[in-house]
Design a protein around this ligand. Structure first.
Ligand code: AHR
Length: 511
């Protein structure tokens, strides 16, 4: 059996884990909104048409913030279409996903849904067909108290108090030729700078450069992924234009593997370490621009789209259908292993990655899948649930002697780990993915905590890598409870991880 040692010490930290690392994303895409979070005809719908069964699953995941309304959709979206009396809202062609958008659900419904689900709204503004003026006007509609046409319009639409939306994405994937209104890095950088400035003025703030103290937190569009030809030059140019105004640079990445994939499994399992490289390159890019401007101001990373995405099923739904079934991936056990590794990577880079949005939340590449009257948790639901609910506080630096495996990105660690410590609750959380095709004995040395007591131990393992959950088999891929391991000398724990498995352990420090 393989043997691996992992060391962590309470005093050696990567950084604080922002609770917003566990955010998610709802786009007007397929059945994410219509039939997902909103369906007035669903038996569980409340008086606003919000599915209460979905809200309770979102609460179970403990998602703190949700990005909306896109995604590619936002680059053609006129937010004014989605507010005001529903019967007067126009149906429009959505050119991002070739569907009909009825606008029954818009900004007001989204913010109301966020309040119900206990999440913070994060809004994206249109930098494709949209203008600086339209972006600023959405800020006014949402955040201005009253006494102007737009703020009074919001009040007339039922929201007396301003929404106080803090987090704003300035466009989406503007480097991608698939984007409606795609721009060059220079053009986007200039436009984003002006949008940021005017959005801040609208929010009653100055736009002094190089301050981390602004109320509006603004995310500028970084590269769509690190395989773009323009990566990381796009990011450098955009940051050089916007460093004084931006709070975050966005990053997106989906890792692919279809059930019929003939590629070596290693290429999929290499995703977590590859994601780490992507983050580290952008850390260096930010650092370069920061040094160039000789400023202490720190721009952080917002990994506001990440997941596994099979990208293989051809579209079968007709053009221009309302809420068609699009990108409704059914996740396998195999996917949940890669997914857990990606979560570990985010945690291990929590010093700069201060925002994360699992893309997406319901039906479209999502942990929750619905039909009218029913819903189930996908395999990827579980690593997210356990870590979002428990991996708090700070990530600790780990030292491990894991073996490596070759894959298309280079070499990756065969044992992928994250160790987090929350001083407030006195809990230590360990997340371990064993990517090897054989069992592994892991010797954990958790130092400087005093005596640790084991509190929880679950494991996801399955003889069938392709196993999935579904409406008729909701619990085929779920974590199993394990007997709590002994903690020798208060610090040393030995566990055996099955081949290709994810394990989650929680310990408590003794008071
Ligand atoms: O999440 C699905 C799509 O993936 C988003 O609309 C886009 O931003 C990304 O390419």
């Amino acid at each position: 059996m393989k043997k691996t040692s992992v060391f962590a010490d309470k005093n050696f930290r990567v950084g604080e884990i922002s609770p917003r690392l566990y955010g998610s994303f709802i786009e007007h895409l397929g059945r994410a909104v219509y039939g997902g979070i909103y369906d007035p005809d669903d038996p569980s719908a409340d008086e606003n048409g919000f599915r209460k069964d979905v809200v309770s699953l979102v609460r179970e995941l403990h998602v703190p913030i949700v990005r909306y309304p896109g995604g590619n959709f936002v680059s053609g979206y006129e937010w004014t279409d989605g507010v005001g009396p529903k019967e007067k809202r126009p149906a429009r062609l959505d050119l991002a996903w070739h569907t009909t958008e009825t606008n029954e659900f818009g900004t007001d419904e989204f913010v109301k849904w966020c309040r119900l689900a206990g999440v913070e709204p994060m809004l994206a503004v249109n930098m494709g067909t949209g203008t600086v003026k339209e972006a600023a006007r959405l800020v006014e509609y949402c955040n201005h108290a009253g006494g102007t046409a737009l703020s009074d319009y919001r009040r007339a639409n039922g929201a007396e108090k301003p929404y106080g939306v803090t987090y704003w994405c300035i466009g989406n994937e503007m480097d991608g030729p698939w984007q409606i209104g795609h721009l060059s890095a220079d053009d986007y950088g200039k436009k984003a700078l002006e949008a940021a400035k005017v959005m801040r003025w609208t929010n009653g703030e100055t736009d002094d450069a190089l301050s981390n103290l602004h109320k509006l937190k603004l995310v500028v569009s970084g590269s769509s992924n690190h395989e773009m030809d323009t990566f990381p030059e796009w990011d450098r140019v955009v940051l050089e234009h916007t460093y004084g105004k931006a709070d975050y640079l966005s990053m997106h990445r989906y890792y692919e593997y279809s059930t019929s994939d003939k590629r070596p499994l290693e290429d999929f399992f290499g995703a977590a370490d590859n994601m780490a490289e992507y983050i580290e390159t952008l850390e260096a890019t930010i650092e370069y621009v920061r040094a160039k401007y000789r400023t202490r101001k720190q721009v952080y990373l917002s990994f506001d789209e990440w997941n596994v995405w099979k990208q293989s099923a051809p579209r079968t739904e007709p053009l221009w259908k309302r809420a068609p079934r699009l990108i409704e991936d059914i996740y396998t056990f195999r996917d949940s292993l890669v997914f857990a590794g990606l979560m570990n990577t985010l945690l291990n880079h929590c010093d700069l990655v201060k925002m994360g949005c699992l893309a997406q939340l319901v039906n479209v590449i999502a942990p929750i899948t619905t039909e009218r009257g029913d819903a189930f948790r996908q395999s990827i639901f579980y690593p997210f649930k356990y870590l979002a609910n428990n991996a708090r506080g700070a990530t600790l630096r780990t030292f491990s002697d894991s073996d490596l495996f070759e894959n298309k990105y280079g070499k990756a660690r065969s044992l992928n780990e994250a160790v987090c410590y929350d001083a407030e609750s006195g809990s230590v959380v360990v997340s371990l993915v064993n990517y090897a095709q054989e069992a592994r004995e892991v010797s954990l040395e958790l130092r400087s905590f005093g005596d640790l007591e084991p509190a929880e131990y679950v494991e996801m393992t399955n003889a069938d890598l392709g196993a999935t959950n579904g409406f008729s088999h909701k619990e085929d891929v779920v974590p199993a409870k394990k007997d709590l391991p002994a903690v020798k000398g208060g610090t040393h724990v030995s566990v055996v991880l099955p081949a290709m498995s994810w394990s989650y352990l929680k310990f408590k420090t003794k008071a």
